[in-house]
Ligand binder design. Sequence first.
Ligand code: ADP
Ligand code: ADP
Ligand code: ZN
Length: 217
Amino acid sequence: MLNIILLGPPGAGKGTQAARLQAARGMVQLSTGDMLREAVAAGTPIGRKAKAVMERGELVSDAIVSALIGERLDAAAEQGAIFDGFPRTRAQAEALDLLLTERGRKLDQVIELDVDEDALVERIVGRFSCAKCGTGYHDVFRPTKVPAVCDVCGSTEFKRRKDDNEQTVRTRMAEYRAKTEPILPYYEERRLLHRVDGMAPIDQVAAEIDVILDGAV
Ligand code: ADP
Ligand code: ADP
Ligand code: ZN
């Protein structure tokens, strides 16, 4: 039962790769961004607190996201976990270690998707997903096979994230550089960190991740 982290700036491909791993390996994708968007949509107290912060592209508090992850880990006690978009700060990285240890689990690999910043804006601005099943697409890099029809569920309704605009992306990148990049050494020191070229096509990134998870690296 592997527990892994996917790290990388907004648009690096974390969600795309996590969804594939979830389907291919029976692991569970734990995306704090998805959890927070659900909370916002449901109008829960957490959602009401997080909404404006997310729309600005800033980080939600460490306590909130760590609590969300703890709940989901308990709900998926028998499955390997793919942490997608968590941790994003040193405090969250330490919280994750504790959450795992308390449950008799451990971190196996940390994969950083390395991408150049200019490409990220293009990726984020072209991102959309199926409104019914959540499958992620891109206008140019991952279009639906039949125009405007979801490959997976056949739905014709799609949505775009409110924070996927150039202005917010710049703030999110700055947050990544200031608060998330500094946690890389925390994992490097423990020899858990692997870098993957996130600029490669989606299938190639997936193949590189498979090699790492299968222990060949
Ligand atoms: P992306 O996939 O583009 O990196 P996410 O969906 O992971 O974005 O996150 C969207 C927003 O949700 C972030 O900009 C931030 O406001 C909030 N968020 C998600 N995960 C975290 C986290 N671990 N810590 C703090 N804020 C978070
Ligand atoms: P993240 O979760 O890191 O924010 P996503 O997985 O949502 O990133 O990817 C952002 C956008 O870029 C999506 O529209 C996705 O289809 C597309 N994408 C993901 N990986 C690649 C890739 N390797 N090459 C080109 N486009 C990609
Ligand atoms: Zn669908």
